[in-house]
Design a protein around this ligand. Structure first.
Ligand code: PRX
Length: 650
């Protein structure tokens, strides 16, 4: 592994404690939120605060109670009725945005499409009618396995319109992962494409769907959008072309009046077991949370061109490419490709092309840009930018400063936003018009949100000490449950502490109340801002005939934040070799998807275990990061450590 580990910089972060960046008077003067009293007002009556935010949406029927809290299950805006698709589209047609660009699409090959709010209305209502004609009803699940093309948000909003529940599966997942997610959701329909572009190559997405559906008995129809023109097998009676269905579909479809706590979508995320969790988000609370935070954190204005680079297959794409910006009547950019194709200035080219004003991206991308060199952004006109955002993992101060200096040209505030798939929307972030930013700190909880750092007994730790990050009161966008597994919801998030939601993260609160996020404490690895469970990768490894046992850890990585390292013991008759390493890496990529491919695989005769047989991942992490080993007294087989260290440094 090369260079200085990214997380090591986090320690350095504390030295930057005194480096504070204030918004310019100009930015402050025009900001959506200019008065710091918002925090106090929200604190005084947090339910009233959320009531006011909720009133900014369109409700078919107003709620009777803001919150019904039967821990750990929350019901927000009880009795209220609304529709997410109506809020993202129809409302704007009556508010003077009919001809405004809702979506600006930039395809990987350089093709471009602009959909106005009126266009979006037409496409979404037509597709909603298509789904209805295929028998999709309120509450039915629809899986989507698609690249970043406008048909993906169109399909999501069409589902939302008729009350069907969408489950978007990231296009980088392999057939097996897709199958598990379709089966767990019990989807009736799958929407996909013939193929997806990736750095000039074509990914066989339809083929993966065919493979996934070999072990499925719920899916009745597969709808295929033609994107690359790749030849595909169309299964008679099951598979239908999107363009054929849309040809004669009627424009106009009433938006179903949904209860505030009706499901809007399921999104699978990795947890600490091998089985991904179906995080369930509702309609009312989620829409209030995403629209409110999007308006405040990104300071969204009528003429902004807003670009969040996340894939819609992750929560950031759901909340801040689709629902947040569209609920606010903003123009959202959707980019299909990669930052380095055809050249390493693709992002900067797009900013120049569309005069993007707000950019929201991930530290892993920023670190890659730093490495590629300042000349790439310097060669493009970035003067349209006025605000920058970061999400997905801790941003090291060096990356923060590079972003601020080279992309924002010292003019643009940087908002570092901490949140999770489960929280639905941003929880900790600066408000760009009023907060002083400290590079590397996500700053403070947003108004109305109560977050703290506690010790294992649940007591707040003193300023400057690290502890566990918890959320102390319900918030509107909180997950409703884990799909089909409410017990897992309780166990995972609400059993570590009484009365508090446990995030799985570690953090420090400094003397000024600023939060410094320090990464996960559980068996979840954050690779380039993508969450991967160690157990998922371990299951994929032991599925290979050569592997007896596997332990997977996250190792600090200069660009990706964390990379996957696997320690493997082999079955009798197998010997470790470079070929086997390659084969195992390929095996994991084929089982889960390329995003889970380990960077390193080490063979060892034994894994370090406690006397009760638990693998001591902490020791493996220390070995991988070259750190002094922590407490080894509980180890049942101490001799393995010397051997492991040797194999690691080989
Ligand atoms: O560890 C935190 C990290 O990403 C985790 C959530 O991952 P996921 O559900 O995939 O959602 C990612 C996008 C919201 C968190 O538990 N994380 C996310 N944002 C930050 C972060 N860590 C530090 N700083 C952030 N800004």
């Amino acid at each position: 592994m090369t260079g200085q580990p990214a997380n090591a910089n986090l320690k350095g972060a504390f030295f930057l404690d005194e480096m504070v960046f204030h918004p310019s008077p100009e930015f402050r003067k025009n900001a959506n939120v200019q008065d710091a009293r918002i925090y106090l007002d929200a604190e005084e009556n947090w339910l009233e605060y959320w009531n006011k935010e909720a009133e900014k949406l369109h409700w078919f029927q107003k709620w009777n109670f803001t919150l019904r809290w039967e821990q750990p299950f929350a019901k927000w805006f009880v009795g209220g009725k609304l529709n997410a698709s109506y809020n993202c589209i129809d409302r704007h047609l009556h508010e003077g945005r009919k001809n405004k660009a809702a979506i600006i699409f930039e395809g990987e090959p350089g093709d471009s499409r602009v959909l106005t709010y009126q266009d979006l209305y037409r496409e979404v209502t037509k597709f909603a009618n298509v789904l209805k004609d295929l028998g999709v009803k309120k509450g039915d699940r629809v899986s989507m396995y698609m690249p970043m093309i406008p048909e993906l948000p169109i399909a999501m909003l069409a589902c939302a319109r008729i009350g069907a529940v969408h489950s978007v599966v990231f296009g980088g997942f392999a057939a097996g992962s897709l199958r598990d997610r379709i089966n767990d959701a019990g989807s009736k329909v799958v929407i996909t494409v013939d193929g997806g572009y990736r750095r000039g190559k074509v990914l066989p997405m339809k083929k993966n769907v065919d493979e996934a559906l070999k072990e499925n008995d719920t899916v009745e129809k597969v709808i295929v959008v033609k994107r690359t023109g790749t030849e595909v097998d169309m299964v008679e009676g099951r598979d239908l072309w999107y363009h054929d269905l849309m040809k004669d579909a009627l424009i106009g479809c009433p938006a179903e009046a949904m209860n505030a706590d009706d499901m809007l979508f399921i999104l699978y995320t990795s947890g600490t077991t091998g089985k991904p969790k179906g995080i369930v988000h509702g309609t009312g609370g989620y829409m209030v949370g995403v629209s409110s935070t999007h308006r405040m954190v990104f300071d969204i204005k009528e003429d902004d061109i807003y670009w969040c680079t996340a894939d819609i297959g992750w929560i950031t794409g759901h909340s801040y490419v689709v629902y947040g910006p569209l609920a606010n009547g903003a123009t959202t950019v959707i980019f299909e490709g990669a930052p380095d194709y055809p050249a390493r200035d693709r992002f900067w080219e797009i900013i120049e092309k569309y005069a993007v004003t707000i950019l929201y991206t991930a530290p892993t991308a920023i670190r890659a840009f730093m490495k590629w060199g300042d000349h790439w952004p310097a060669g493009r006109d970035l003067s349209s930018l006025r605000l920058l955002g970061s999400v997905g993992e801790p941003i090291n101060p060096e990356a923060w400063l590079w972003y601020y200096n080279n992309i924002g040209k010292k003019r643009c505030p940087v908002v570092d936003t901490w949140w999770q798939t489960e929280t639905g929307h941003i929880m900790v972030s600066s408000l760009p018009g009023i907060s002083a930013a400290k590079p590397g700190s996500a700053t403070m909880p947003l108004p109305g949100i109560e977050v703290d750092v506690v010790d294992p007994a649940g007591n707040p730790v003193p300023a400057g000490q690290s502890g566990l990050l918890v959320i102390k009161r319900p918030w509107p966008g909180m997950l409703l449950t884990v799909y089909n597994d409410p017990q897992r919801y309780v166990d995972q998030y609400w059993s570590e502490f009484e009365n508090m939601y446990f995030t799985g993260d570690r953090a420090v609160k400094d003397k000024d109340g600023y939060f410094w996020m320090l990464g996960r404490v559980d068996d979840v690895i954050n690779v380039s801002g993508h969450r991967i469970g160690t157990m998922e990768v371990e299951s994929a490894l032991v599925d290979h005939p050569a592997v007896a046992e596997a332990a997977v850890i996250g190792k600090t990585h200069e660009i990706k934040g964390q990379a996957i390292s696997a320690f493997v013991t082999l079955r009798d008759n197998y010997v470790g070799s470079d070929e086997l390493v390659q084969e195992l890496k390929k095996h994991v990529a084929a089982k889960i998807g390329a995003l889970a491919r380990p960077d390193d695989i080490f063979f060892t005769a034994e894994l370090p275990k406690t006397r009760s047989g638990k693998i001591m991942r902490r020791l493996l992490r220390d070995i991988a990061d070259g750190k002094a080993l922590g407490d080894t007294s509980t180890l049942a087989n101490p001799e393995t450590i010397a051997e492991l260290k040797e194999s690691y440094t080989d």
